[in-house]
Every structure is written in C-alpha cells, then in structure tokens.
Design a protein around this ligand. Structure first.
Ligand code: BES
Ligand code: ZN
Length: 627
C-alpha cells in the first residue's frame, strides 16, 4: 500500500488555529461563572482551571482571547501580572501569565466581553431582551479565555446570573441563589461546545428525556414539529452506536438571527426557527444534531483541519437514523420487514443524492484547497473553510468504506471506533490506523490495500462517484428533463406532470436539477422558459419552506433574467432580511449580486446588516467583497 503522507509525526496533530500552549498543560476541570448584563450588552465573570503540568520546562500559561477585557489573573488564589499580546488575525490576542513550577495549579481569570465579541448576539426578544452564543469554530475565545482548540477537553461546572431564564450546555442543577442558573457537564467537552442563552424562554416535553425550549408564542408549534420523532431518533442511534451518555437531549429554538440550521451544544442543541415549518419536513436537522452527541461531542476532531471527522460522521449517522425511521414507518404501514428495509435504504440513498448534488455545486464554488477532506489551516480562519464539503465528501468516504467492507462488518467498526475514542480528540491518521486495527484481523487487508487513501484525504474536487439507488429521485429527474426539453425547444408541450405528490426534499432536488441543466441551454430560451415555469407552478411563489424557497429563487433568478424591480426579486430580497441562517443568507446575496445587480445586493445587505449575527454579517461582507 502507498503510505499515507502524514503532515506531522505526532498524533493527534497539533492545532494551528490556537495561540495557546495547550500541549504543555492538561485541564483537569473548569469552572465558568458568568453574569449577563443586558444594559451594557456584555457578559462578565470568571473562569477557573485546575491544571496539571505536562511539560516541566513550561513557565508560562498562554490562553486564547479575542476582544476580551481581562481584569485580573490569580494563580492558586494569588493575583499575578499578565500580558495580552497584539491581535493576530484571525486568531485573536494571546493572554500570558506565569506558571509556578508545581505539578498542579489553579488559574482563575476575571474578564468581561466587549462590543466586538463575535460569539454573542444581544437582540430584542418577543417579550424581553435575548442573548445567545455561538462558539464553533473559534469564537469561544471571545466569550472567555481558554485553550480554544477541539483538542482539549474538560468537564465543566457552570453558573450564570441573569434577570431572565438561562440555558447552558450542561445538566441543569437546582440553585438557591436568586437569578442564578447552575449547570453541570460531567462529560469532558471542548471549548467550542460551551453555550449560553438567556431570555424569556419556556419549555414543553418532546419525549421521555427531551424538551423543546423557545420564547412564547410559538412554543407549541415547536413541540409539534419534533415530538413524533425525537425519542425514536435517540433509540435508533443507540442501537447503531451505544447508549446515549448525556442523560437528557433538549433543544432550544432560537430567534431568526441564529446563523446555523442547528448547533450541537451538549444537552441543549440550538436550532434555527426556520425548522418550524409546520410539516415536520426538517426533522433531519434534529437527527443530525442528535448524532453529534456521539460524533463530535464524544469523539472530536483534534483540530478544524480534520473537521470531516465531526461532520462527515454526523451526516453518515444522520442518514442511518433516517433510514431506520423510514423502515419502522413502513413496517407500521403493513410492509414486510424486507420491503420496509429496502424502503429505508431508498430513503437514505435519496438523501445521499441530494447531498451529492450539493457537493457538486460546492466543489465549483469553493477554493480547491478546501475541497479536500484534510485541510491545511495554518494562518487561516476556519470560518472561511466552512462549506458542505466536509459533510458530503466525508459522508461519501464513510459510505464508500461501508460498501468496501460490507455493512455488517462496518456496523461493528462503528461501535469500536466510538468506544475507542470517546472523551478523546483524534486526527484523520488515527482514523486510518483504527480502520487497519479493526479490519486486518477480520481478514480485510486486501480491501485496505486497495483503497487510495491519499486520494480521499488530500485530493481536491469530487471523490469517485458512488452509485446510489435513484428510486425516489427518478420522478424529480424526469420532470426536470421534461422542462429542459420544453425550454430548449426540443418539445413544444408544456410539461403537465403534477408536483402535488412531491415530498419537500423532492421539490428541492427537482428545482436544483433543473437549475443545473439549464446552464447548458441558450440564455434567451431559458429566460422565456422560466417565465412559463413561474406561471405553471404558483405553488412555489408562495412557498414558506426555506429550503424550497431558496432553491426556487436560485432557479428563477439564475436563469430568468429578472431585474431588481421584479416582484419575485423584491420579495426574495426582503425575505433575506427576515432570516439569519447562513445556509440561506450567504447564497442569497451572492445570487442577487451575480444575477441581478451587485449594487442592489449590497444595498439590500446594508438595509438588514444590523439584524444579522456578527458571524453571518462578517461572512456576507467577505462574500460581497465589502472587506
Ligand atoms: N456543527 C454544525 C454547525 C457549525 C459548523 C457551526 C461549523 C459552526 C461552524 C451543525 O451540526 C450543522 O452541521 N448544522 C447544519 C445542519 C445540517 C447539516 C443538517 C446547518 O447548520 O445547516
Ligand atoms: Zn453538524
């Protein structure tokens, strides 16, 4: 076998995205005590680390900070001098203070966030002020001084004082003090999983070990969206991997400016309100965030260069969960066990096809260096490397391994891998070592030899194309083909096939496929065809599902030759001001900039900029070349 080229001898590799000296000290446990100041839009408090020395020569502790005001540092309860070095974009300003020559020590840092903190957003909630955090990938350092790398894990005890209810990424503990909320996270977690939300938040159950939190009104709609599936998801995942270790799985539905679909904060997944579509069509996101309870939260990438280990695994598990659910439902509907399992696989493959189509589109858009599985992030901002690539290329890699080794054998590997690395962080080379360690004794050395690991890990662009079962996709493809024939003039008949029976994801695949195929059609013909398309399906113009609405606008704006005073363009531009989910917002502004008018896109962004989360605002500014 061609030896895989390791970038570093040491495994897990060190993280280039932290300025801290995390390899010289081990964090035994962490205490984080916060207070929310809504008036001054800041969070203050202290963090206390119990540390064990790993390197006898280390005389300084270096922590990551970013736009934090450091008030005081105490070592073993004694105040010491500290220094903050200049900002080293994009990694922030390292905080340095002396480390006594003892084996163990306690470091306590008092701090306050500033208006430049990127991890926090203060907004007006429905009935009270609202605050939430988003720390992944490297924003935890702007909330509290830390070894801000996924390579460091610690159990946490957390408290937060606030005039409004608070949630943090741990198990709630009853508190005696007024307005103080207490949480315990006994499982060691990395800094990026520390999370905080405070506001007029209420909750309802969605399962025996799950509740949904949100502001009022709308709480019941949130409950309805997830109560059918939540416990089923957990049970299916437990069968596939091992029992859920975090005790409870709760989720918080945030206000509209939340920049992601979901964020797997332990014990309290944060989710965008765009999931509450009233048709349970986006429960997939909850299956995904739940899967992170194993991939990412128990077993973690050691640096963002190996992000596919978090997200590729999570998409893989998510699709296994969705297949399991579809199988169960088919059995309930009277299908035989065998037929039901076949249907489950069709559902999984349909989801993989949607993913593959996203992968193709993303490979076109992203810098080639970020289209490989393993990245080089030295000096780079992990937010810039973020795309669907680690998700979908990662999924395809694992699916490829599943087919190579056979699903039965791979099922055994899943349990082995997650057991071996739980509470740890690893790199892609250790993943490969574990593949060898598990499959060689099963007589699979030939299979291991036959795989081009360097191709999968380091080569940019699309991976080898898999063959997916297209049963559920065929209807989308054939209707897209009918429209291409009509629009390009090969057929004179307007397609009459109904779309009423389509599932939400089938609409997305249909619209996306059509948009891709029209790239090869004469522009003027496409423009006329799109006008007919809009007229034929009034269903789309009034659709409120964010996924479908985005796909439809992408199609008609890319190919329709629409100007900035077209009613659909105006409606879409205004809609971009109502959502903060980057998956919708970022491609939205690019679409307007490239296909309508750049200045119009910029003017629209300026109108809504203040409402967006700092991460989202900064990414759109980069996309529109405003900074
Ligand atoms: N952990 C991610 C969100 C994230 C990634 C935040 C990188 C910050 C940096 C989360 O699990 C996720 O993948 N969310 C997806 C949902 C999906 C793939 C079902 C999203 O936000 O769209
Ligand atoms: Zn994820």
């Amino acid at each position: 076998m061609v030896e895989l080229i390791r970038k570093q001898v040491l495994s897990p590799e060190s993280d280039p995205c932290t300025l801290s000296n995390y390899r010289q000290f081990q964090v035994i446990d962490t205490k984080l005590d916060l207070e929310v100041f809504f008036d001054s839009k800041a969070v203050g408090g202290s963090v206390t680390y119990n540390l064990q020395r790993l390197d006898v020569s280390a005389d300084t502790i270096i922590l990551d900070t970013s736009h934090l005001a450091i008030e005081k540092v105490l070592i073993n309860d004694v105040t010491v001098d500290f220094a903050i070095h200049d900002v080293q974009p994009p990694y922030g300003s390292p905080l340095l203070f002396p480390a006594p020559q003892t084996d163990s020590l306690t470091a306590k840092i008092q701090f306050k966030t500033t208006e430049k903190t990127t991890a926090l957003q203060f907004i007006d909630g429905n009935t009270a002020p609202y605050l939430f955090s988003q720390c992944q990938a490297i924003h935890a350092r702007s909330l509290f001084p830390c070894f801000d790398t996924p390579g460091v894990k610690s159990p946490y005890k957390m408290t937060v004082k606030s005039p409004y209810p608070c949630l943090m990424s741990g198990r709630p503990v009853p508190s005696n003090a007024a307005n103080v909320y207490e949480f315990n996270q006994p499982i060691p977690i990395p800094s990026y999983l520390v999370a905080l939300a405070s506001g007029d938040i209420h909750s309802l159950p969605i399962g025996p070990r799950s509740a949904i939190y949100s502001e009022l009104p709308g709480l019941q709609a949130c409950q309805w969206e997830f109560e059918r599936d939540m416990e089923n998801f957990i049970k299916i995942a437990e069968n596939l991997i091992f029992p859920y270790e975090w005790e409870r799985y709760d989720a918080l539905v945030l206000p509209l400016s939340f920049p992601y679909g979901g964020m797997e904060n332990p014990n309290i997944t944060f989710a965008t309100p765009t999931l509450i579509s009233g048709d349970r069509s986006q429960v997939r996101v909850m299956a995904h965030e739940l899967a992170h309870s194993w991939s990412g939260n128990l077993v973690t990438n050691c640096s963002w260069e190996h992000f596919w280990l978090n997200e590729g695994w999570t998409v893989y598990l998510e699709r296994r969960i969705l297949a399991g659910l579809a199988t169960q439902e088919a059995v309930k509907a009277g299908k035989s066990v065998e037929e039901a399992a076949t249907y489950g696989e069709q559902v999984r493959h349909f989801s993989a096809i949607i993913g593959w189509s996203a992968l193709e589109a993303t490979v076109e858009l992203m810098k080639p260096e970020f289209t490989s599985l393993v990245w080089d992030l030295k000096g780079k901002d992990p937010d810039d490397s973020f795309s669907r690539i680690p998700y979908e290329k990662g999924f395809n890699f694992l699916y490829f391994l599943e087919t190579k080794f056979g699903i039965e054998a791979f099922n055994g590997f899943i349990k082995h891998y997650f057991t071996k690395y739980r509470y740890k962080s690893l790199d892609s080379y250790q993943f490969l070592d574990t593949i060898k360690e598990y499959f060689e004794p099963l007589g699979k050395s030939d299979v291991i030899e036959s795989i081009d690991w360097n191709l999968w890990y380091f080569t940019p662009g699309l991976p080898p194309a898999p063959g997916f079962d297209t049963t559920l996709a065929d209807a989308c493809y054939s209707l897209a083909n009918e429209w291409v024939s009509y629009i390009s003039g090969k057929s004179t008949e307007v397609p009459v096939t109904s779309i009423n029976e389509f599932e939400p994801d089938q609409h997305s695949l249909f619209l996306e496929t059509l948009s891709n195929k029209l790239k090869n059609v004469d522009r003027e013909q496409a423009r006329k065809g799109i006008a007919k398309f809009i007229e034929t399906y009034p269903y789309y113009a009034s659709n409120q599902n964010g996924e479908i609405l985005s796909n439809w606008n992408d199609l008609i704006i890319t190919h329709g030759g629409l100007s900035q005073d077209n009613e659909h363009v105006i409606r879409y531009a205004q809609w971009l001001g109502t959502v903060g989910r980057m998956k919708f917002v970022r491609p939205g502004y690019l679409l307007l900039s490239r296909n309508v008018d750049h200045d119009f896109a910029v003017a629209t962004f300026k109108q809504f900029e203040a409402k967006y989360h700092p991460i989202c605002r900064s990414m759109v500014q980069k996309d529109l070349k405003l900074k």
